[in-house]
Design a binder for this molecule. Structure first.
Ligand SMILES: Nc1ncnc2c1ncn2[C@@H]1O[C@H](COP(=O)(O)OP(=O)(O)OP(=O)(O)O)[C@@H](O)[C@H]1O
Length: 265
C-alpha cells in the first residue's frame, strides 16, 4: 500500500522571463518560487490502479517524480508498505518501478541490453535477468525487436522497452508517467493489458494520463490535481458520482470544487 500526505515542492525561479505567460499568471508563483506541488494527498492499496488526472502543468509529473525519489519533497510524507520513502530513498527505490516521460534508452544498446543493464543495477543474476526479460518480452510483445539497437526503435518499441526496464526487478509499486502518450492503438492496448496484469498480480499501479477512457477501463481510484493541489481523491464510482456518470463532466466538476475550496480558505 502507498500513502501520500500533504506533499509540497517548490522550485526557485532564477529568470522569471523564462516562465510562460500562463505560469506568470499562476497563483503558485510566489516571489522567487514557483510552488508546483502545494498540497497533494492520496492512497492506493495493493492490487489497485490509481489514475492521476489534471490539466497541463497541474503538478502530476512533479508529484510522480517525488514518489519515484528522483525529486526531494519540501514537505509531506510518503509511505510504501510502511516504509518511509522520504527518509529512506535508497531502500524505497528498490520497491518502486518508475517510467518517466522520457524513455532515455542507450541508443547503441539493443532493447535486451538496455533492460539487462537495469537488472544488473538491481543485483539480479544472469539467469534471473534472462528469464525475466523473456517473461516481459512475452507480456509486452517485444520479441520481434528485442535484439535490435534501440536507436532504430519506433515510439511504441521504445516505450515498451522503457516499461520492461522499469519493472525488471518486480517492484512493489509501479509508477507510470503518461505511459500511452504518443503510442498507436495496438501499442496502447498492449500497455493497458500490461497494467491489468500488474493489477491481477496484486501490484499497485499509479499512472498519470489525459485519457479518460483509460481511467474507466483500468482505474479503481482517481486523484485529480489542479494547480498543485489534490482536489479529488476517491474510488472510480465516487468520481462518476460527481456528475451524471460522464467522466469528462466529473473531471470538470472536480476542478470546479477544487477552485471553490481554494477560494474559501
Ligand atoms: N524544475 C522545475 N523548475 C521550475 N518549474 C518547474 C520545474 N519542474 C516543473 N515545473 C513547473 O511546475 C508546474 C507543474 O509541472 P508538471 O510537469 O508537474 O505538470 P503536469 O501536471 O505533469 O503537466 P502535463 O500534463 O503538461 O505533463 C509547471 O508549471 C512546470 O513548468
Amino acid at each position: 500500500m502507498i500513502e501520500i500526505k500533504k506533499l509540497a515542492k517548490r522550485f526557485a525561479v532564477d529568470n522569471p522571463k523564462k516562465l510562460s505567460e500562463q505560469e506568470r499568471r499562476d497563483p503558485r508563483l510566489k516571489g522567487r518560487f514557483f510552488h508546483s506541488v502545494q498540497d497533494v494527498s492520496f492512497s492506493c492499496d495493493n492490487g489497485q490502479v490509481l489514475g492521476l488526472l489534471g490539466p497541463n502543468g497541474a503538478g502530476k509529473t512533479t508529484t510522480l517524480r517525488i514518489l519515484s525519489t528522483a525529486l526531494k519533497a519540501d514537505s509531506g510524507s510518503i509511505f510504501i508498505d510502511g516504509e518511509d520513502v522520504l527518509q529512506n530513498p535508497i531502500v524505497a527505490r528498490k520497491k518502486i518501478g518508475f517510467l518517466s516521460g522520457t524513455t532515455g534508452l542507450y541508443g547503441r544498446l539493443s532493447g535486451r541490453e538496455n533492460i539487462a543493464y537495469f537488472g544488473q543495477l538491481h543485483g539480479m543474476s544472469k539467469s534471473q535477468i534472462e528469464q525475466r526479460i523473456d517473461e516481459l518480452a512475452d507480456l509486452l510483445d517485444m520479441h520481434s525487436f528485442l535484439d535490435r539497437r534501440s536507436e532504430t526503435f519506433s515510439s511504441g518499441m521504445k516505450q515498451k522497452t522503457a516499461i520492461a526496464r522499469a519493472v525488471m526487478h518486480k517492484p512493489a509499486l509501479v509508477i507510470l508517467d503518461e505511459p500511452t502518450t504518443g503510442l498507436d492503438i495496438m501499442a496502447t492496448q498492449t500497455v493497458l493489458e500490461f497494467i491489468q496484469r500488474l493489477k491481477a498480480d496484486g501490484t499497485p499501479v499509479i499512472f498519470s494520463t489525459h485519457h479518460l477512457d483509460e481511467v474507466s477501463e483500468l482505474c479503481d481510484r482517481v486523484t485529480v490535481i489542479n494547480q498543485g493541489t489534490s482536489c479529488f481523491d476517491g474510488s472510480l464510482d465516487e468520481f462518476k458520482q460527481l456528475s451524471d456518470g460522464n467522466l469528462h463532466h466529473s473531471f470538470m466538476q472536480a476542478l470546479a470544487q477544487g477552485e471553490s475550496y481554494v477560494a474559501s480558505v
